[in-house]
Design a protein around this ligand. Sequence first.
Ligand code: NAI
Length: 722
Amino acid sequence: MYTTLKIGIDADGIATITIDVPDRPMNVFTPALTADLGAAITALGADASVRGVLITSGKSSFIAGADIKDIASAYDRGIAPTVAYQWSQTLSQTFRRLETIGKPVAAAINGVALGGGLELALACHYRVLADDAKAVVGLPEVKIGLLPGAGGTARVPRLIGIAAAAKLMTDGSSVTPAEALRMGLVHELAPRGEVASRARAWLMGKPEAMAPWDRKGFRIPGGAGLTNAAIAQTFSIGTALITKSAGRNYPAPGEILSALYEGTTVPFELALKLESKHFARLLTGAVARNLMRTLFLHKGELDKLSRRPPGEPKVELKRLGILGAGMMGAGIAHVAALAGVEVVLIDATDGQAVRGKAHAERQLARDVEKGRRSAESAAQVLARITATSDYAGLAGCELVVEAVFEDRAVKAEVTRRALQVMSKDAVFASNTSTLPISGLAAASPRPAQFIGIHFFSPVERMPLVEIILGKKTRPATLARALDFVGLLKKTPIVVNDSRGFYTTRVFGAYCHEGQAMLAEGVDPALIENAGRLAGMPVGPLAVTDEVSLELQYRATRQAMEDLGERFVPPVSMPVLTHFVEDLQRLGRKSGGGFYDYPADGPKRLWTGLAQHYPRAPVQPSVEQVKQRLLHIQALEAARCYEEGVVTTAAEADVGSILGIGFPAWTGGTLSYIDTLGVARFVGDCEKLSRTVGRRFKPPRGLKARATSDTPFHPRPATGDAA
Ligand code: NAI
């Protein structure tokens, strides 16, 4: 009668519940599992022959937590606050029934136990955890904008004290078995194969079937309530730390602290109810919805190559050619070799190619040093990369990626040379970050087999790849590019051709706006801080220094040449030109740009900025600067959508967060517009267009959306409390 678990009762009266959710690689709390567990607790509670209950998993892990995909898709149907509260209460009360079943309950945690999985174990009277590096435990809900809603905020502080509980939950990171034992989250560690027998042995010892907090006279370790100085400090310092690390953009850490504070000054049953109230507030708010929808639902779909044209046969990539062994080419060679692909890495001279391969060698040596890889495996990976200046090596490659200088003539030359050697059915890709693909494809007699595969720097760390379709790119070429990205375990978005495609356009808008403000006399420290407070990883001036002012200047000059009369100079043009042509401050690589980079300390804003761009007597507020920096990017994304450059809101969102660090709390560029409300966003932009510049003028399609009240993503039916 159960579909997600099995129950066996042995001769000693020990009932073993083995959780094994069908069709899932890991156990997650589906509605069926919650129902089965509830029914099992009722049945075992009533069965007089049962003297103890053991809970374990039929998979290699214990339970990985909630079914995020299920929650994320529920948003489109709408989650009312009362429903959200009930979701939390259903699980929470089920666990409470287990805890108060009147018979001892032990958890044999044979592997990873996260979120609801750990909360279930915490409701057991005894916990044995596998002493295995992979068997980490934790409460990562904060990472999806939530809090542990199945008793976590009530049990953990009662078990390990408020300060340690606050850290565990606001951090969201997992702890190792040894750490879990030290903290007191579990009672015992055992070899993986023995967790069940040890838990059973405890049950056989006729232990008391009661949680510590249900015993008379129980006190929270370390105390509770604001009259306790140490606890008061935990909450005041905690709030300050949270504001510093998460900014005010993420409500979950604050709600966790509130749940802990309120929940530890009231009886246990009430703490569970208060927790559900805070959980419901987060679940029905915009931030949790945005995080889950974009980073789990949509990213998950893209990772499964949802944009792959159906029916195209899969060509296994065995050999990859790379032209240009510079920063990008070397990085791509490294990640491809790690994925098991043979790589031919070509540069103008053998020496330059070898220097490119040395990048992989350094990274692999570091892996070996840190114990992440054996020396033998590192040598195998490195042996897959052949560094050469000889194009003949491209003969057997199914795919060749070009990453030479961002110069049309150089790219055309290497394309021609490569195509002379490549087989007729091989695909040629460019890693250009700005040049339109259809134009580059003109250098190939086979433009149908030409495509853009745009990696981000540093290649090893950046999870996104932007695939750009040229006008003539055929579906089989797209399929091969996507298979390559899938092999590297990166997330692909597919966009249509445009200068700067999607991500570089949006990213450029951020950089340009920062420079425009500098020219207006806005305090550069205000610009930079506002960027970070909005949730961007770095300020617009700092990031321009990183990619180099020279690169932006060159890209702008190239656009000017290519477009002639149609060229519209970006608002940053005067600043870029002044820095590159007059001041020769080209960015970080060349010693300094908007910042100085002293050898003996952290970077600091260049003191000359005030002389070249005197401060205006009246400064905008932080909120105004934040708004300009985020709105201009979202507006550019909306233009890309309207022009058909990016074709789904999901890709626009995922691409903006993973590719350029647009703040995750927004759910991405178009989700940001939805979160504010399209009409309000358009109204803001119209005002900015009048006061700041015409670049804020909203495009026609966006205005039509505002009028017809049509968001980019389906609007939840009810319950948007943000
Ligand atoms: P880089 O300057 O580090 O490397 C370019 C390499 O191409 C150099 O090693 C150079 O020797 C080689 N090269 C030049 N002419 C050649 C020829 N005729 N034959 C063979 N090799 C030749 O440049 P980077 O940063 O690696 O950029 C390469 C491409 O990747 C550019 O198209 C750039 O727009 C794009 N890109 C760059 C990103 C970045 O953050 N730097 C990010 C994404 C794309």
